[in-house]
Design a protein around this ligand. Structure first.
Ligand code: TXD
Length: 309
């Protein structure tokens, strides 16, 4: 393949992302995990599907970072999920340690790469990656909005019994309870959602979108969503490698846009071969702006609590 993508973390999201990238022949994939055999075994298992499915991309896996050198894109999914008895702060400090180590090691070998962060708490881990890599905001950002919007799009399509292909939606803000679904900017083949559904049904869709992650966790009991998250990462990687200039909601470091400075917040951006090529500023109503500010405050609080390096 022309391109190389590294996926750090060969768990549920990482391995499924690797599979989607390879099966679509988007790039050759290197998976790295502290659980080296897990990464090696999953890579081999996927390669053994190649003759049946007929894809020519390669997937290799292990614990070594040497094969990641010169990656066009690096997707970081490494981290711990919260276990019983673990506080949110425990998770933040443990994942901060992991992200610092992982980002330093990939950036050393791929100094020109584009980093897509996935590990939670997403917006805070993006900030750690930005600090450690020293990358400009064009090349370090997070996946959350594409997933949150995909959930909202699915819920709208299911409610209206229309094709998911016709439904667009935007979700702004941090990746958490304070995310801001924007039904005013949701459309069904160009028709604004508020013309198709009454306010109470729209509010129910907003609420289900905010709870989209926990809804899946409640089914799985252990572990969290990965089919839709890996699809969202795939969409971002494809937009970058094919220089599509797609407008997608991503967690990006704001430098004054939306009146916010110096923190990662989910907003629409243009994604192309150079990464985030433009931040798109939507016009917001005072209520929408207040909800975005509240979401940004939650991110700011979490970043302020990060352990010092
Ligand atoms: O919207 C979003 N951004 C998200 C985020 C959607 C879904 C999942 N989200 C978060 O991604 C989730 O809360 C986790 O923080 C990550 C990864 O989720 P996943 O479901 O893939 O978790 P797993 O299956 O536990 O996989 C994590 C892997 C596992 O194989 C570990 O061995 C590995 O990370 N790991 C490491 N790899 C490399 N280096 C280090 N230090 C390391 N530590 C753990």
């Amino acid at each position: 393949m022309q391109h190389k993508v590294t996926v750090v973390g060969a768990g549920n999201v990482g391995a499924t992302t690797a599979q989607r990238i390879a099966e679509h022949e988007l790039a050759d994939v290197v998976m790295v995990d502290v659980a080296a055999d897990l990464a090696a075994g999953k890579a081999l298992d996927m390669m053994e599907a190649a003759p049946v499915l007929g894809f020519n991309a390669t997937i290799e896996g292990g614990g070594d970072y040497a094969p990641t050198a010169g990656s066009d894109v690096v997707v970081v999914t490494a981290g711990l999920a919260r276990k019983p008895g673990m506080s949110r702060d425990d998770l933040v400090s443990k994942n901060t340690e992991i992200i610092r180590e992982v980002v330093a090691r990939v950036v050393e070998r791929s100094p020109e790469t584009i980093l897509i962060m996935v590990t939670n708490p997403l917006d805070a881990m993006c900030e750690i990656a930005r600090r450690v890599s020293g990358f400009p905001r064009q090349r370090v950002f997070g996946m959350a909005g594409v997933l949150d919007a995909a959930r909202m799009r699915y819920f709208i399509a299911a409610e209206l019994k229309v094709s998911v292909e016709d439904v667009d939606a935007f979700v702004l803000g941090g990746h958490g309870d304070t995310m801001v679904p924007l039904p005013r900017y949701a459309t069904v083949n160009g028709i604004p959602l508020p013309q198709l559904l009454p306010a109470d049904r729209i509010e129910a869709i907003n609420q289900r979108t905010r709870n989209g992650g926990i809804e899946i966790v409640n089914y799985y009991k252990q572990g969290s969503a990965y089919y839709a998250p890996s699809a969202a990462v795939y969409d971002m990687v494809a937009a970058i490698l094919h220089d599509k200039k797609k407008i997608l909601p991503c967690a990006v470091y704001l430098e004054g846009e939306y009146g916010l400075h110096g923190l990662f917040v989910g907003v629409p951006v243009k994604l192309g071969r150079r990464g985030v090529e433009q931040v798109i500023e939507l016009e917001l109503t005072p209520e929408e702006k207040a909800a975005l500010d509240q979401s940004a405050e939650a991110v700011r609080g979490l970043v302020a609590s990060l352990p010092a390096s």
